[in-house]
Design a protein around this ligand. Structure first.
Ligand code: SF4
Length: 241
C-alpha cells in the first residue's frame, strides 16, 4: 500500500500532457521553500492500493491524450520505492506514461526497479554546491548527483528542475557551474526553471515551523531572464515554469 497525501487530476505542470498526479507522503529533505510542507512528515497520508490507482488512471485516461499519464510526486516518492514498485508495474502493464518527480537522494535496488517502469524522471536539483544545497534542504547534494549519474548510465530521460531562490540559488557563477556540470548529459532533455514563490509559507506556519525565507521576494522578470540566458548555453531546452 502506498501512503498518498493527495491526488491532483488534470495536472499540467508535472510532466508532459495532462496528468493524474499522486503526491506521496513523506520526504527526507526539509527545503526552506517547500510548497508542500504538509507532505514532509513520514507519517500520515491515506493507504492506497495499486488497484485503486490503476482504476483512477483508467477513469481519467480519456483526458491524458497522447502525451499525458501519471506522475508520482510528494513529498519524496522514492521514500516509498518498495511500495511504489507494484503500482508503477501495474500501470505500465496497462500502457500508462509514468513520471517520477524526485529529489534524487535515494538510490537502492527498489529505486532501480522503479526506474525500469518510469518514462521520465523530473529531477529536482536544488543547488550545484553541496554546502548551499544543505543550506536549502538540510542535506548535501552528493547523493542527488550520484543518482543523476546513474540515470545517465541507463540513459533515462530527465527533465531537470531548478528553483531559482533570490539570494540562495541565483548567483550567475553558480548557474554557470550548474550548466557546465550537466552539459554532456545527453539524457537531460530540458531544464525547467521554477520561480521562487511564498505559497508554502502558510503551510509552514500551520505546522508550527518557522518559515525562514519570509524576507525573500519573488523573482523579478529580469532575474528569471538572466538565469534563462545563462542556462541556455548548456541545456538543449530551458523553460521557465
Ligand atoms: S524535496 Fe520537495 S517535498 Fe521534500 S522538502 Fe524539498 S521541496 Fe518539499
Amino acid at each position: 500500500m502506498l501512503r498518498v497525501h493527495s491526488f491532483e487530476s488534470l495536472g499540467t505542470y508535472d510532466g508532459p500532457g495532462i496528468r493524474l498526479v499522486a503526491f506521496l507522503q513523506g520526504c527526507n529533505f526539509k527545503c526552506l521553500y517547500c510548497a508542500n510542507a504538509d507532505t514532509i512528515e513520514l507519517k500520515g497520508g491515506s493507504e492506497t492500493s495499486a488497484e485503486e490507482i490503476v482504476a483512477m488512471a483508467k477513469n481519467q485516461k480519456p483526458f491524458f491524450g497522447k502525451k499525458g499519464g501519471l506522475t508520482f510526486s510528494g513529498g519524496e516518492p522514492l521514500v516509498q520505492a518498495k511500495q511504489l514498485l507494484p503500482v508503477v508495474k501495474a500501470l505500465k502493464e496497462e500502457g500508462f506514461h509514468i513520471c517520477i518527480d524526485t529529489n534524487g537522494s535515494i538510490l537502492n535496488e527498489d529505486v532501480k526497479a522503479v526506474m525500469q517502469f518510469t518514462d521520465i524522471v523530473l529531477l529536482d536539483i536544488k543547488h550545484i554546491y553541496s554546502e548551499q544545497h544543505e543550506r536549502l534542504t538540510g542535506k548535501k547534494n552528493e547523493k542527488t548527483l550520484a543518482f543523476i549519474n546513474y540515470l545517465k548510465e541507463i540513459n533515462k530521460p530527465v527533465w531537470l528542475r531548478y528553483v531559482l531562490v533570490p539570494g540562495y540559488s541565483d548567483n550567475p557563477d553558480h548557474l554557470h557551474q550548474l550548466g557546465a556540470h550537466f552539459q554532456n548529459f545527453e539524457n537531460i532533455e530540458k531544464l525547467e526553471i521554477q520561480p521562487y514563490h511564498e505559497l508554502g509559507a502558510h503551510k509552514y506556519e500551520h505546522l508550527g515551523w518557522e518559515y525562514q525565507l519570509k524576507d525573500v521576494k519573488a523573482n523579478t522578470p529580469e532575474q528569471l531572464d538572466t538565469a534563462k540566458s545563462i542556462l541556455t548555453n548548456y541545456f538543449k531546452e530551458v523553460v521557465i515554469n
